[in-house]
Design a protein around this ligand. Structure first.
Ligand SMILES: Cc1cc2nc3c(=O)[nH]c(=O)nc-3n(C[C@H](O)[C@H](O)[C@H](O)COP(=O)(O)OP(=O)(O)OC[C@H]3O[C@@H](n4cnc5c(N)ncnc54)[C@H](O)[C@@H]3O)c2cc1C
Length: 493
């Protein structure tokens, strides 16, 4: 009997999953899913119980969907190298054949690239074919380069995005979007009628012994749930597509609404992109953003954000060192003050700067923070509190449901002026002015900082003498810290 295994990682969906599809075609529906819990990930210092819970719940939905379609998903409690080794032993012990093909969608993080290279070699040494596909980015990081030289990576967003837009119009890339339109038809039918019962035609039960089928996923869920601190949002490909459709109604005004945190004006899709319940290609397909002719202002702006995401993957792929250090060499030895009590106040939303505190409390309460506010709190941590951006980057990873190495690292290095195409170091956000401009009536602050509910729109941004006693005074003075920051950055050649 010939069959394949699809190794799920951050592509947690059936519809329009390119590597799963390739395996499915090669094996006429005899494909089994596998997910390996990797201790190297689970013991990371920036691990997030909340994000992991969202991930686990997405896995439950995926397993249910596969089962309803006649397929299956097995969970192994060890890293991929040992998982496959142990699985193959079990198959041999049960007198069953090994798969002829293992498939996965490519991952661009430095750790994952090394792992996948090792695994490719390992499968080949066992005589098993491997098929990998592009999925996470519409245009892969190595596909775009300056001029004719494949090694010449972009370091500035604008020319990168122009080249990306040119690529989007090429037949090859349009075909990628088109194929996602077919995937969405499947998903649509799945949402209305449920999974087609015989899409897959093999289960793990038919290959392994009962004792090899322990409920690993359930055990993780039970353990992790105790540590969860927020309400975990609905998950899965269907939920993500419904969100895209809801956002479709708002996209025309995205250009003007996207900077106002009190308005539900952004797509809130990032958490789905993170684990692959949805991809940029699918969103472009659903919103028809690759159509010829001019897009509306909102559509254009939104597409540009999708490109920012792909830009940061491009940077991480070509300059993997950004994971641990500043992109700009001259800013690798900045003398941060790293005051622990300031850091604590920032995390708790108790800095005495209402807009910053509202953002930090939104993050702690919901696992998400509006992009404008992310920029402001990141600037505040680095340039007002003079704390190393890596501390903020780590805290975001611990708390964000969409925490994702490439855009998180890119966002932090942009705000701290240490990255590629950064905010210049001398451009320092004034948290009071940002607050007045982007939350003019103070409703965002009121939602997350209830102590300030009673203040007028005029006083809420900078309460001063109107500060209620249960709200802290500013822990630092912006104008003083600004000068210190300029000195710190300027002291570098
Ligand atoms: C300091 C900092 C840290 C960040 N950390 C992360 C992170 O860990 N994970 C993450 O996905 N995004 C991160 N971002 C980018 C951005 O804030 C979020 O992607 C966005 O707020 C998600 O909300 P949304 O889906 O409603 O965005 P929308 O405005 O609807 O944008 C659509 C999509 O475009 C992408 N996008 C939007 N803005 C950016 C951006 N500035 N950079 C890269 N991609 C973008 C996201 O994938 C987003 O889902 C960070 C930004 C900053 C300034």
């Amino acid at each position: 009997m010939e069959y394949g295994i699809h190794w799920f990682r951050r592509d947690l969906r059936v519809a329009g999953n390119p590597a799963l599809q390739a395996n499915w075609k090669a094996n006429q529906g005899k494909v089994l899913g596998l997910f390996c819990f990797d201790k190297k990930f689970l013991s990371r210092e920036d691990f997030s119980y909340n994000r992991f819970q969202f991930f686990l719940e997405t896995l439950v939905s995926l397993r249910d969907e596969l089962k309803k379609a006649g397929g299956d998903l097995l969970f192994m409690d060890i890293g991929p190298e040992t998982s496959f080794e142990s699985l193959f032993e079990k198959l041999k012990a049960a007198g069953k054949p090994l798969p002829n093909l293992v498939s996965w969608n490519r991952d661009y993080e430095p750790f994952a690239r090394k792992r996948d290279e090792t695994m490719s070699q390992w499968f080949k040494s066992h005589g098993i074919s491997v098929v990998t596909e592009r999925d996470h980015c519409l245009i892969e990081p190595h596909e775009i380069f300056k001029g004719e030289v494949p090694t010449s990576a972009y370091q500035v967003y604008s020319p990168f995005s122009r080249k990306w837009m040119e690529f989007l119009k090429t037949p090859g890339v349009r075909a990628r979007v088109e194929s996602q339109k077919k995937g969405l038809l499947y998903l649509n039918a799945f949402m209305k009628e449920g999974a087609p019962q015989n899409l897959f035609s093999l289960t793990w039960k038919s290959l392994l012994k009962e004792e090899d089928l322990a409920d690993v996923l359930g055990a993780y869920q039970e353990k992790n749930l105790k540590k969860v601190t927020i309400a975990i949002p609905a998950n899965g490909a269907g939920t993500a597509l419904s969100r895209v459709r809801e956002f479709k109604k708002a996209i025309r005004s995205y250009g003007k609404d996207r900077d106002i945190p009190s308005i539900d004006g952004t797509s809130k899709l990032s958490q789905f992109f993170k684990n692959g319940s949805l991809t940029g290609a699918q969103v472009i397909a659903e919103l028809d953003l690759d159509r010829p002719g001019k897009l509306s202002e909102g559509e254009e702006k939104f597409l540009k954000e999708i490109i920012w995401r792909e830009f940061y993957y491009h940077i991480l792929w070509h300059f993997p060192q950004v994971e641990t250090q500043a992109f700009l060499e001259k800013f690798r030895t900045l003398k941060w003050e790293n005051n622990e009590s300031y850091f604590k106040a920032w995390k708790q939303g108790l800095t005495g700067y209402p807009f910053v505190d509202a953002g930090m409390r939104q993050l702690a309460k919901t696992g998400w923070m509006h992009n404008r506010v992310r920029m402001v709190v990141a600037s505040f941590l680095t340039k007002d509190l003079l704390i190393d951006w890596k501390w903020g980057e780590k805290y975001f990873m611990e708390t964000l449901l969409d925490g994702d190495l490439a855009p998180n690292n890119g966002g932090w290095q942009w705000a701290a002026s240490t990255g590629c195409d950064p905010q210049p170091y001398f451009r320092i956000f004034n948290p009071y002015l940002q607050s007045k401009k982007f939350d003019p009536d103070g409703s965002y602050i009121r939602e997350f900082v209830p102590e300030l509910k009673g203040l007028s729109a005029k006083n809420i941004h900078e309460p001063g003498l109107n500060r209620p006693t249960n709200y802290p005074a500013p822990i630092v003075e912006h104008s003083v810290q600004r000068e210190k920051a300029l000195k710190m950055y300027g002291a570098k050649p």
